[in-house]
Each structure stands twice: as structure tokens, then as C-alpha cells.
Design a protein. Structure first.
Length: 305
């Protein structure tokens, strides 16, 4: 991606690109960055899950460890008794005590032996499964970490290209990256949790877009929608495709404030605030803003339930 964008930069022998051309280049690079951002967010989610699975796996071994501890203590007690009183087995059981208690003693010894072996077998099986699962999780975590780092490197490369494009636009037309101010207009009075999410979104207008951010000072697109609904007590994964899966499909005619609007084959998401308007964190170099739902053709719509 970096080479493709860099190749579009003006050279001394070329005429300076028009404002329209620069805008197209910036939008293309910004869309590519947003795609990388969403891939990065997805990989971070997956990596966190793998790490959580590793913690759960470690905890799952504790019951087997406790069972082995008890079994080991029983074996130790049996060994001590054998040492003090002679070998404990069928013959010693037969030769000691009364005839009436013989069967009880043999039954107890058999039960103790089987119980110990069962606990030892359980622990052996658990540790074998643990070792295999631990190795698999470690391999997955290593792979996911490498993918996160690779995506971060792609992000850095695209951001460098964008920085050059912004500098070119500012030098030629006096406008580089956007800046914004806090929203001071009216906020619709919407009841329930959707109203909380919408009000939150309004209060973020003017804050800058930032790769991987979910507030409070900056946001990317899915970071804004997840933060808005988090304020309303609902959990949405910080990743557009996950939010598509976590919401209920609705039609455009059924849209209500608080619903999510998805774009670019799940490459972008915004929160609907009513009257054909959305609030979103557009892309690098911009700020959170309120604008028409028709910024591009919507991919679909989702309701948080």
C-alpha cells in the first residue's frame, strides 16, 4: 500500500495535484488505513481471548492437582503404616484382628488402592491434556502477536504517506488535517439506553480520529460506537465486523436513534441519531462529526438489543 501511495506523490517535474485529486488520494489512503485498523482491532480481540483462555486453562488444572495431593497423602499414610506394622496386604489383613473385621479391612484397602489410582489417572490425563492445550495456545498467541505487529507496521507506513499528503494539501491550499470544536447545538431527547448512547456520541463531536482508540480523547469508527453503547451499559466489541454479529438486523425503514449503520463491506460503522443523520469517526486526519447517512451507500443496519 505504501508504495502505491508514494508513487502517486508529485515529483518536481510534475504539476501540483489539484485539491480534488489530493482529496481522492487522502480518502483512498484513509480508507486503507481504516481497513487495517479494523483488522488490527480484530487481532487484538483474538489475542486477548487467547490470553484469557490460557489463564482459564491454568485454573482448570487446580482440581486435578488437589485430587493428586489428597491421593498422595493417602499413599503416604499407607506407606507409613506398612513401615510400622509390616506390609499391608491381604495376608496381613487376614492375620490381624478378628475374623469378623477381616472382610471390612480388605474391602477398605481395595477401595483405598482404587481411589488412589483413580486420582492419579485423573491427574495424569489432565496434565497431558493441559500440556497439549498449553502448547496449542502458545503457538496461537505467538502467531497472533506477529500478526498484530505486522498490522501495526502497515499502519505506520500508511500514516507516513498520509502525513505527506496532508502536508502537500496544507502547502498548496492552506488546509491540512481537520480540527474540530465541541458540539454546542441541540441534542435530541431520546429515552432509554439508546438516548444515553446518542447523547454520548454528540458529546464526542470535534474529537480527533485515532487508530485503535475508543476514547475518551479520540476514537476510530468502531471505538466510537462501542464507547457510546458502553456508556449506556451495553458491551460491543471494538471491531466493526464483530459489532455486525452482535447486533440485530433491521431495515433502513426501521432505523431508530442509537442503531448502527455499517458501510464499505463492514469497513466502517456509525451511530444513527435520527433525521437521516449519523455521528461517526470518519478516518485519519478528521474529527468525529455529525453528517448525512448517505456519506456512501450503507452496507446494512444493526440494532443493539
Amino acid at each position: 500500500m505504501a508504495a502505491a501511495i508514494t508513487g502517486s506523490f508529485v515529483t518536481p517535474a510534475q504539476a501540483a495535484p489539484s485539491a480534488t485529486e489530493l482529496k481522492k488520494q487522502i480518502e483512498a489512503a484513509s480508507n486503507k488505513l481504516e481497513d487495517v485498523t479494523e483488522q488490527y482491532n480484530a487481532m487484538r480481540v483474538n489475542l486477548k481471548k487467547t490470553q484469557a483462555d490460557a489463564v482459564k486453562l491454568q485454573a482448570s488444572l487446580k482440581p486435578a492437582q488437589e485430587a493428586l495431593k489428597v491421593a498422595s497423602a493417602q499413599v503416604g499414610n499407607l506407606a507409613t503404616t506398612s513401615y510400622k506394622q509390616g506390609r499391608v496386604g491381604p495376608m496381613s489383613a487376614l492375620l490381624s484382628g478378628t475374623q469378623d473385621g477381616m472382610m471390612d479391612r480388605m474391602s477398605y484397602l481395595d477401595m483405598l488402592t482404587r481411589s488412589n489410582q483413580r486420582d492419579i489417572d485423573t491427574f495424569t490425563e489432565a496434565t497431558q491434556n493441559f500440556s497439549e492445550r498449553q502448547a496449542a495456545l502458545k503457538a496461537t498467541q505467538t502467531k497472533q502477536t506477529a500478526q498484530v505487529n505486522a498490522l501495526a507496521a502497515r499502519k505506520t507506513s500508511i500514516q507516513k504517506d498520509l502525513k505527506k499528503l496532508f502536508a502537500m494539501r496544507e502547502a498548496a491550499f492552506g488546509q491540512g488535517q481537520e480540527s474540530g470544536s465541541k458540539y454546542n447545538g441541540p441534542i435530541p431527547n431520546i429515552s432509554g439506553k439508546a438516548g444515553v448512547a446518542v447523547t454520548y456520541a454528540y458529546n464526542q463531536i470535534g474529537k480527533p480520529y485515532l487508530f485503535g482508540a475508543d476514547g475518551p480523547g479520540s476514537f476510530d469508527c468502531s471505538g466510537l460506537t462501542s464507547a457510546a453503547w458502553r456508556a449506556a451499559g451495553k458491551s460491543l466489541t471494538h471491531q466493526t465486523k464483530s459489532q455486525w454479529s452482535e447486533t440485530t438486523r433491521i431495515s433502513r425503514d426501521d432505523l431508530q436513534p442509537g442503531d448502527l449503520v455499517f458501510y464499505r463491506s463492514l469497513g466502517h460503522v456509525a451511530i444513527y441519531v435520527g433525521d437521516g443523520q449519523i455521528i461517526d469517526a470518519p478516518h485519519s486526519g478528521t474529527v468525529v462529526k455529525k453528517r448525512t447517512i448517505n456519506i456512501m451507500t450503507p452496507y446494512g443496519y444493526g440494532r443493539v438489543t
